[in-house]
Write a new protein. Structure first.
Length: 383
């Protein structure tokens, strides 16, 4: 081969190498600029138990948010300095959170699912990972994806794991599932804040459930269960096998716990007693310096059971006032002037199965009398 031919061949090889390198750099840049594709959520962890929370059997259990409601009106401009940092709401049906937060003057809300809306937006949104026996919804790959997409979010792991028609897991199952979710989400976003999913009420039977959770976590992982938040629900309901109320926690052989009656459902003294008992349990187990959120409470009973709208309105005022002001220098959070509860979320914005406490009418965009009471309380008690 002549010198000229060798030169031409070398030049062609060099140009081909440059072309291949250019293509590789271009593909790499495109991949870097394209977000990771959304993984599948997996199958929902549905309970096979029929809900009998009220003395008469409701139509269907609360599982996932319903269909998207029409946006009722223009989204207000939300001023974070005016929105309540403590009083929030649960959103059982899909709706426009900005609109309703503005109407209620509320700075945060939660859903019973993982949503594509979270950190850095107003109002603040708390995610929820649902659990079941050997099941997590969404699956871990989806939660990791969402955690990386929305850094700094609060993630509630589980919803009423102690109730057989909600997440329905034994304390031992909960300890394992919580550990797996905690590790996966923290790995994807070290700034994520993990919250223990709320038991239905702070009764001795439910606190015994949590005792077993802590014991199993210690046995399996040789350490204390980590939590950035604890959560609890504030209902007053019956604990009895095959009766109305919240039944017996999975994994327990008891036939009964506290035997509440319908007339007890709206008793403030029992509501307060259960929250204090939960904070005492936290302090006794080394969690006094952990914040507490009351993530569900309200009046579920209908008017025909003795709970008309005016009663529900007064119940909201009374519970909000107690939550806003209750402190305890032995049990409260020291960094929050010893308040017992740092945040609370009323159940709910709107839900057909339990409409008595509804804050808003999704069809009209108007607040109910209960929603108006929520807004008025927030406005009256701004710092």
């Amino acid at each position: 081969m002549s010198l000229l031919n060798r030169f031409v061949t070398k030049r062609r090889q060099l140009l081909l190498a440059i072309l291949i390198l250019t293509i590789l750099v271009f593909v790499s840049a495109c991949q870097a600029s394209t977000p990771n594709p959304e993984p599948p959520k997996g199958d929902y962890c549905n309970s096979s138990k029929q809900e009998t929370l009220l003395p008469t059997q409701p139509a269907s259990p609360l599982v996932t948010p319903g269909p998207q409601a029409e946006k009722p009106g223009a989204t207000p401009i939300l001023d974070p300095n005016l929105l309540s940092k403590r009083a929030g709401f649960g959103m059982a049906n899909r709706a426009d959170p900005e609109y309703w937060a503005g109407a209620l003057e509320s700075g945060w809300y939660l859903t019973w699912s993982v949503e594509k809306r979270s950190s850095g937006q107003i109002p603040e949104h708390w995610q929820t990972v649902r659990l079941g026996s050997n099941c997590m919804y969404p699956i871990l790959s989806y939660s990791r994806w969402a955690a990386a997409l929305y850094p700094g979010s609060v993630w509630i792991i589980g919803n009423e794991p102690d109730v057989i028609w909600q997440d329905n897991v034994t304390p031992e199952e909960f300890a394992r599932l919580y550990h797996d979710a905690y590790q996966a989400i923290k790995a994807a976003d070290p700034t994520a804040r993990l919250a223990v999913g709320g038991i239905s009420q702070g009764t001795p039977l439910r606190l015994a459930y949590l005792d077993r959770v802590l014991a199993e976590y210690q046995r399996l992982y040789h350490g204390v269960l980590p939590a950035d938040w604890w959560t609890v629900h504030g209902y007053v309901l019956r604990e009895q096998h095959q009766s109305w109320g919240v039944e017996i926690p999975p994994g327990f052989s008891n036939l009964q716990g506290v035997l509440r009656e319908v007339k007890d459902h709206g008793r403030l003294d029992l509501f307060e007693e259960q929250i204090v008992a939960f904070r005492r349990w936290m302090a006794n187990n080394g969690f006094r310096n952990t914040p507490l959120a009351l993530t569900e409470f309200g009046i579920l009973m209908p008017a025909k059971y003795g709970y008309p709208t005016d009663f529900v309105v007064q119940y909201l005022y009374n519970t909000f006032d107690w939550l806003q002001n209750i402190k305890d220098d032995q049990l409260g959070l020291p960094s929050d002037a010893n308040h017992l509860v740092q945040r609370w979320a009323w159940f709910s914005l709107a839900y057909d199965l339990y409409p008595s406490p509804n804050l808003g009418n999704l069809a009209t965009g108007e607040l109910t009398p209960i929603g108006a009471a929520f807004r008025d309380y927030v406005i009256k008690n701004r710092p």
